[in-house]
Write a new protein. Structure first.
Length: 621
């Protein structure tokens, strides 16, 4: 499958990938469960596990595994396993899947399980002719996984050594095709389909997308990320199928800004099975304009796939990675990419110093990143809530000065830090950011999706808006890194916040009184109901109103300062009213600095943090 395959939760004796001229298999002495199965030309690997083996004291156990090379057929690798472990060679059998009209059914997943203990005997996906050639040595139940809206088709099969072809007939599906337009041109969108027992989605890039489905009535949602209104319709899909025409409506004006996500995963990560091509399509259909892939301890380069899929005018990228020690994760981008090096040139956590193996604590990871020739942005990922630097070191922003705080893994030598990643940790991470700003550590707050899957974890939620006035497809890496290090970023989840005049986050303003023209926009499915004004870690003013699903706030807010300060505007609202966009509505600017006398900005120093009102809507832990 060009766009990847997924494993079931069953146990297998072997697994194989098939290419044009060769096939590769992985098998062991006992069955294994498959945690991750990304099939592609990008990163063919397999993450497996086997049952724990209890051992009496002093005894050892070896579980042998083999890598098999075949001639491009499934059977060549399967037979290698059978002959090595069992001394047998089952007869190959062809399974053909057709619908009731006799049409071959490519891409149908087939499981064959034993009758007695439910062990997996065979698994595969039909080819373009609707065929799967496999072999098994005992009777079992053959299951064809269903098209959405249908029940699985199950039939009993024997394990006779004589073999024999098997034909399976499945119900005839209808085709739901969505045709997408934006401003009279083909658009890009994500389509979600729901009904009782159906929860599916598919992409509609370059103006169209489709899926096979049982005839019936469905609710269809079409979206293109956080700047577009959500389109929802009840659709009756007849036997002959249907074309649904959709016109995208962009309701949030982000002119002069670009939308970016600097933390997401795909198949090179050990905990994500998303095919790289699907991830690229996902970003485009979510309206992301710049993306940094941050796979765990592997440098990923998306540009070849962006070009291949025809998205060079929609999406820019640079290579990146997430360095993943257990005490906290670090994003680094842009990264040099070298496919001939370990992890494509990753920053290795363990290394040899002569004959001694050493492990890099976080300060050494950051030093290695600083030494890179790309002058990268160094990003502190999810500082709170599991695998988080601030939790693992015990940092307390209410009492600890980050410039003097000391722990083995502590360092402040990063440029940006995620404020919105795990939504319930947002209040805590913003308090951390405030403590840094108060002592003069100018860090840029970010919001990143940290997406590992496609279902329920879309790219770009939340996302970053960088003050870069470049057209889609023409966004330079240098402009991105410069904007991030300068703090010229606002962050939004279902909302976009900016200053409607010439002020930009990261600016330093001179004078003791300033009027800030703050505008918050939301798409049709969300609203911002509170706008907090935060000075030096204290909420000094809150505007509270129900929005109108447009310019929820467009206000002139005048503030008077008695000392040099920093100011952040933070908007909150209820959970968004969309299936996959069900997170709270949040948006914040990065800091604007106020130098009251023009002598240079001086940090206000450690002051009590008074931020409880951020959580009045109850979205934080």
């Amino acid at each position: 499958d060009k766009y990847g395959a997924r494993a079931s939760n069953q146990r297998y004796g072997w697994i194989s990938t098939i290419g044009e001229t060769s096939s590769v298999s992985w098998y062991g002495e006992s069955d294994m469960a498959i945690d991750e199965l990304p099939f592609s030309d990008v990163n063919p690997w397999l993450l497996t596990k086997f049952e724990p083996q209890p051992l009496p004291a002093g005894e050892t156990y070896a579980w042998r595994r083999w890598l098999g090379i075949g001639d491009g057929t499934l059977l060549s690798t399967q037979f290698a396993r059978q002959q090595r472990l069992q001394g047998t060679q089952p007869t190959p059998r062809t399974i053909t899947v057709t619908d009731e009209a006799g049409n071959p059914q490519p891409g149908r997943r087939i499981h064959i399980d034993s009758k007695g203990d439910g062990a997996a005997l065979a698994f595969g996906i039909t080819d373009e002719n609707g065929e799967l050639v496999s072999a098994w040595d005992q009777a079992g139940a053959l299951t064809v996984e269903p098209i959405p809206g249908f029940e699985p088709v199950v039939m009993m099969v024997d394990g006779a050594p004589s073999g024999g072809a098997i034909t399976v007939t499945v119900p005839t599906a209808a085709r739901l095709r969505v045709l997408v337009q934006e401003a009279g041109q083909p658009g890009h969108a994500l389509v979600r389909v729901r009904a009782t027992g159906v929860n599916s989605e598919f992409f509609a890039p370059h103006g169209s997308g489709e899926m096979l489905i049982a005839p019936g009535t469905y609710t269809v949602q079409v979206t293109r990320g956080l700047e577009y209104d959500l389109i929802e319709q009840q659709v009756v899909v007849p036997d002959e199928g249907i074309d649904l025409n959709v016109e995208l409506v962009r309701s949030v004006d982000t002119a002069g800004w670009i939308a970016a996500d600097f933390h997401q995963h795909m198949e090179p990560s050990s905990d994500s099975a998303i095919n790289i091509r699907k991830r690229v399509i996902d970003n485009v259909c979510e309206g992301i304009e710049f993306v940094a892939p941050t796979d765990h301890d592997v440098v990923t380069n998306l540009q070849p796939y962006i070009d291949e899929l025809g998205f060079a005018q929609n999406l820019n990228s640079f290579s990146g990675l997430e360095v993943s020690p257990t005490t906290g994760h670090i994003g680094v981008y842009p990264m040099p990419y070298d496919s001939q090096k370990r992890g494509n040139g990753t920053i290795a956590l363990a290394y040899m110093d002569g004959a001694q193996a050493k492990y890099r604590p976080i300060p050494e990871v950051l030093a290695a990143a600083r030494a890179l020739p790309t002058n990268p942005v160094i990003q502190l990922n999810h500082p709170r809530g599991g695998t988080s630097l601030f939790d693992s070191t015990g940092y307390d922003p209410t009492v600890d000065d980050p410039t003097t705080f000391t722990k083995r893994d502590w360092s402040t030598d990063f440029d940006t830090m995620e404020i919105i990643n795990r939504f319930p940790s947002t209040c805590a991470t913003f308090g951390d950011l405030a403590s840094f700003l108060n002592v003069g550590l100018k860090k840029t707050g970010l919001g990143n999706s940290d997406s590992h899957t496609l279902d329920g974890n879309p790219a770009g939620v939340p996302r970053n808006y960088l003050k870069i006035n470049s057209a889609e497809g023409q966004i330079s890496s240098d402009a991105v890194t410069a904007a991030m290090k300068a703090g010229q970023v606002t962050v939004g989840a279902h909302a976009f916040i900016e200053f409607s005049d010439a002020v930009v986050p990261g600016d330093t303003l001179t004078g003791a009184e300033h009027t800030f023209n703050v505008r918050v926009q939301t798409p049709s499915y969300s609203e911002a109901t509170r706008l907090h004004v935060i000075v030096n870690g204290e909420i000094v003013q809150t505007l509270d109103r129900s929005g109108n699903n447009g310019n929820d706030f467009d206000d002139a807010i005048t503030l008077t300062f008695t000392k040099d300060s920093w100011v952040v505007f933070f908007a909150v609202g209820p959970r968004a009213n969309a299936w996959e966009y069900g997170d709270p509505t949040l948006a914040f600017t990065n800091a604007v600095y106020v130098d009251i006398d023009g002598s240079g900005w001086t940090a206000p120093g450690m002051t009590p943090l008074m931020l409880d009102a951020l959580n009045e809507t109850g979205f934080c832990e």
